[in-house]
Design a protein around this ligand. Structure first.
Ligand code: NAD
Length: 263
């Protein structure tokens, strides 16, 4: 019998906690959760909290659920050591030179689809012929869109808006840089259509947005696609949709070659 795949989770927050709990409770046969990495002390982890070097040493696959900086600072070391890496913070991969360096490493990385779907269809259509236009419009609760780089006045305006307010319009790369924890979806769509310059992003703060809404509209030579995804925010972190940890677990399954009848 082949030994279990050893997995560590980086970031024990709203995504990482659910991922770790599920793996610990045996949700994925043949996979053993061996450690948690977090820059803050974790009191309720089901397995030991270790530093990243130790996690790389004892794991076959690491799952990033922490933020873009972990990808910037540590993805090369993880993949360079031949470990697999599941990435939640897809927005960290907007620099093609960085991505090329990571892809040259012996370890395999895969970004989760996270809060968005339909990427298989967009990918297939873009393989057939490049899209003419792709737009992603994301609507979230205002409080989750306030950023540290905003002026106090702008932050107040966003936080206290009583109606839908556009906080950003532009390209996917700029979107993920300015809203690093909120616009991984736009990056995921840009990966699916293999063109990071094509995707136009609009981000709306709406106090009525009890569900986080992503509208994807793509038009091209083989078809026009328009779909709306509405996700319940995570109860612990309104920036994150509750679906994301489950998408991360499916991505782990894909990385490990455990696909179902469709994939
Ligand atoms: N792909 C998607 O659709 C999607 C959706 C939501 C969030 N995300 C990404 O996932 C990340 C995590 O989301 P979350 O809701 O779980 O966040 P969270 O804030 O609830 O948890 C993040 C955890 O990571 C830890 N952490 C932060 N920096 C770290 C570091 N340098 N090293 C180790 N641990 C570190 C924090 O202490 C915290 O425990 C977000 O920052 C975002 O980039 C992706």
């Amino acid at each position: 019998m082949s030994p279990d795949i050893r997995v560590s989770v980086i970031g024990h927050g709203s995504i990482g906690r659910t991922v770790a709990d599920r793996l610990f409770s045996g949700a994925m046969p043949g996979v053993t959760l061996v450690s948690i990495v977090d820059s803050a002390p974790v009191t309720n982890a089901p397995v030991p909290q270790v530093d990243l070097d130790k996690a790389i040493e004892i794991s076959d696959v690491l799952i990033e659920c922490a933020g873009q900086s972990v990808v910037f600072d540590h993805a090369e070391a993880i993949l360079g050591a031949g470990r697999g890496l599941v990435i939640s913070s897809a927005g960290a991969l907007s620099d093609p030179a960085f991505v090329a360096r990571l892809q040259a490493c012996p370890g395999r990385m895969l970004c989760t689809t996270g809060a968005v779907g339909g990427l298989d269809l967009l990918g297939a259509a873009s393989d057939a012929a490049p899209f003419d236009s792709v737009a992603v419009q994301t609507t979230k609760l205002p409080g989750s869109l306030v950023q540290s780089w905003m002026s106090e006045e702008r932050a107040d305006e966003v936080r206290s808006t009583q109606s839908a307010l556009t906080v950003f319009e532009g390209g996917a790369e700029e979107a993920s840089r300015l809203f690093p924890r909120s616009l991984n979806v736009a990056t995921a769509v840009s990966f699916a259509v293999s063109d990071r310059d094509l995707v136009q992003v609009k981000l709306i703060a709406d106090p009525a947005a009890t569900l986080t809404r992503h509208e994807v509209i793509a038009r091209g030579p083989v078809g026009n696609y328009q779909f709306t995804l509405e996700n319940l925010p995570s109860p612990e972190n309104p920036r994150t949709s509750a679906i994301v940890p489950f998408a991360v677990l499916r991505t782990l399954g894909v990385l490990l070659g455990r696909t179902g009848l469709i994939g």
